[in-house]
Design a protein around this ligand. Structure first.
Ligand SMILES: NC(=O)c1ccc[n+]([C@@H]2O[C@H](COP(=O)([O-])OP(=O)(O)OC[C@H]3O[C@@H](n4cnc5c(N)ncnc54)[C@H](OP(=O)(O)O)[C@@H]3O)[C@@H](O)[C@H]2O)c1
Length: 310
């Protein structure tokens, strides 16, 4: 069996490559940058391909594609997100017309304006999003499902683990002396997804008997945000404690900060965005029955063990 992985130079794609090669699957890795350390890819052959620029010339024959590439941030011009997340996805579909298509989507396709409570897959995409990341990922899902019958869409939420470029760095950079400012009550349940669990789902989707469907992918059970933050801090040996600002105060403050950054044309994201707040300030939990029952997904519980080395 031969599997192509896009976004292989990134956090999730690299982990997917290592898992596939570890199982003896011939793996062809694609990323935007010119080179990637072979260890990151588990020794998979690597090719550079900028999905936003054009089609892949001489695309190899493969049995499945795990499409992890994406513009993954909550800040920046909409055109940049759509060029990679939507147009890039269309190019990935076109490059491998006969292959099973595993699309790594996101829980950001659920309605950001209200809590996500044990959401089932039929509740997204929706008509409104807070930012171009969510909107472009929703558009990509629609494009995938229009183009292919044999597509699998995976929706993880807040992926963490070794190599994490998003969640852990954001939490750690928010620590101020003995305090970790956060939003909400701290008691809100959230579904998180370890990269190991997401990789399990990707490998099942690419190589298993089920060839189509939309699946939420999270750890075995949701966790309480305060417990998760305290576990991360403890594992990293940081002597700080979370303190919580009410959502109704933090939301307008984030809108003002975003406005100021936009006016100043600052390229880097503000630390506080409505999107980031919205993701952790209220319940964000997903129902994973479909992944368990149909895909045969058996997730491990949330754990930050080893986070000191990430
Ligand atoms: N991390 C999370 O918490 C999270 C949560 C839910 C869903 N997801 C989804 O998981 C997928 C992987 O995310 P990640 O966390 O692994 O992000 P990441 O570490 O930022 O990796 C993104 C990957 O996409 C590639 N890429 C970006 N622009 C590209 C372009 N124009 N052409 C070709 N490749 C391009 C990057 O290549 P270069 O690095 O070489 O530029 C990199 O390999 C994304 O689809 C994301 O939406 C992530």
């Amino acid at each position: 069996m031969r599997v192509a992985v896009t976004g292989a130079s990134g956090f999730v794609g690299g982990a997917v490559c290592r898992a596939l090669t570890g199982q003896g699957v011939e793996t062809l890795a694609f990323g935007r940058r010119a080179e990637v350390a072979p260890g990151h890819l588990g020794g998979a052959a690597y090719r550079s391909w900028d999905l936003a620029r054009g089609p892949l010339r001489d695309a190899p024959e493969v049995d499945a594609v795990v499409h992890c590439a994406g513009s993954v941030t909550d800040w920046g011009p909409a055109a940049g997100f759509f060029a990679v997340n939507l147009d890039g996805t269309r190019r990935a579909l076109a490059a491998f017309p006969g292959a099973r298509f595993v699309h790594v989507s996101t829980a950001s396709v659920y309605d950001p304006f209200r809590p996500t409570v044990r959401a089932t897959e039929d509740q997204a995409p929706v008509a409104r999003y807070l930012n171009a990341y969510g909107a472009s990922k929703a558009a990509a899902e629609r494009a995938v499902l229009r183009a292919r019958r044999d597509a699998i869409v995976l929706r993880p939420h807040a992926v963490y683990g070794p190599g994490d470029t998003t969640l852990l760095p954001r939490v750690l950079s928010s620590v101020r002396g003995p305090l970790l400012p956060a939003v909400g009550t701290g008691r809100q349940p959230v579904s998180l997804t370890s990269v190991a669990n997401l990789v399990r789902a990707c490998v099942l989707a690419a190589t298993g008997p089920v060839a189509s469907g939309i699946f939420n992918v999270t750890d075995a059970e949701p966790v309480v945000l305060d417990d998760a933050l305290r576990a991360i801090l403890a594992e990293r040996g940081i002597r700080a404690r979370p303190v919580y600002a009410p959502h109704r105060l933090a939301h307008p403050l984030a809108a003002a900060v975003e406005g100021a950054f936009l006016l100043a044309r600052r390229p880097e994201p503000p630390r506080l965005t409505r999107y980031a707040i919205g993701h952790l300030a209220v319940e964000r939990t997903l129902d994973i029955s479909a992944a368990r029952d149909v895909l045969g997904y058996v997730p491990a519980p949330t754990s930050f063990a080893g986070a000191a080395d990430w």
